[in-house]
Ligand binder design. Structure first.
Ligand code: P6P
Length: 338
């Protein structure tokens, strides 16, 4: 088969979603439209980020704290609003649940039961922006179940198996969108001259093992002994290398492509860890399992965790099957005390 001329036979995101679903059912059309909206939100966010340092509203603090008690960056708020406005126009999403908002944002005119909910972290790792380092957006699409009369979106408190689609946008040297609707993991690169995300890799499979372990070793003395034992193991054994950017999406993307393991364990003070289940760990766990990898709290699969609160945190161990299993063996040995 002649080498496909990328610049002519390129596959756009919307076409790819429909091909993946091999149908033009209403749900397939919906997912294609929703992924197109994600792409638009990514393009708008990438454009704004590219002006960091050249215009107000991108760098630095917005003042105040979000519900996480973290300083809110101007870009966090901008990107949060981009997703809201883009999905308001979609006519398909009736609720948006975000790291930046204590309660979900409702779009009343779009709210028949069964409409879609977007759960997202608009800018993850925003502290990297001021140093011109990579950041990302993480998202998942779920259906609204029931009438949510309380306005607490209690139907979102279900496991990651309820995710219809999940993915992220990585704002790096290129802007890359990675997604799955349950038929494998696929990556797209933004072609700014076309303003389109063009298919780059299909059916990405994480290597069984990789040399990278990605963790913030500054927390060494905050961890449980079992994690320290794991770190001592990788320090002592040949063939391991540490890589940590401080922004989850970039660290995850490296592991997805090259193999290895990312971990953000709980600490003695915060056994539940730092990362959020609904819009950070669960979407990435969906992707990693679709890519043949594993994602766990150290004791159970992330995909099986049922949140009790919208902004619940979980410890996260995610990546190549062999490397996740190694970390889990230390944690489980620690629990058993042997
Ligand atoms: P620490 C960014 O704040 C974030 O939520 C993730 O993107 C990142 O992996 C993690 O926290 C970094 O946390 O404690 O290592 O700075």
């Amino acid at each position: 088969v002649p080498q496909r001329a990328l610049d002519r036979d390129c596959t756009t995101l919307s076409r790819h979603v429909l091909e993946q679903l091999q149908s033009f059912s209403p749900e397939a059309q919906d997912l294609s439209t929703l992924m197109n909206r994600i792409a638009l939100a990514g393009k708008l966010t990438a454009r704004h980020l590219s002006k960091a340092g050249l215009m107000d509203g991108v760098l630095g603090f917005a003042g105040g704290e979000n519900i996480q008690g973290e300083d809110v960056k101007k870009m966090d708020l901008y990107a949060n609003d981009v997703f809201i406005s883009v999905f308001k126009q979609s006519g398909l999403v009736c609720r948006l649940a975000s790291e930046e908002m204590e309660k979900p944002y409702y779009i009343p005119e779009n709210c028949p039961i069964g409409r879609y909910t977007l759960v997202y972290d608009p800018i993850d790792g925003s502290s990297n922006i001021d140093a011109n380092l990579n950041v990302g957006s993480i998202f998942a699409i779920r259906k609204q179940e029931g009438d949510d009369e309380s306005g607490e979106a209690l139907d979102l408190l279900q496991s990651g198996h309820k995710q219809l689609a999940a993915g992220y946008i990585l704002y790096g040297p290129s802007t890359v969108l990675v997604y799955s609707i349950g038929t494998g993991v696929h990556s797209f690169t933004l072609d700014p001259s076309l303003g389109e995300f063009i298919l780059w890799q299909e059916n990405i499979q994480v290597p069984e093992h990789g040399s990278v372990y990605s963790v913030n070793e500054g927390n060494f003395w905050q961890w449980d002994d079992s994690i320290r034992d794991y770190i001592r193991y990788v320090h002592r054994h040949e063939g391991y290398t540490g890589r940590y950017s401080g922004a989850l999406v970039g660290d995850f993307h490296r592991i997805l492509l090259q193999g290895g393991v990312f971990l953000y364990p709980g600490t003695v003070k915060k056994p539940e860890g730092k990362l959020r289940l609904l819009y950070e760990s669960a979407p990435l766990a969906f992707l990693m399992e679709q890519a043949g990898g594993q994602a766990s709290t150290g004791l159970k699969k992330i995909m099986d965790v049922v949140p009790e609160k919208l902004h619940q945190r979980t410890p996260l161990v995610i990546g190549s099957p062999e490397d996740v299993a190694l970390v889990e063996s230390f944690i489980q040995e620690g629990v058993r005390g042997d």
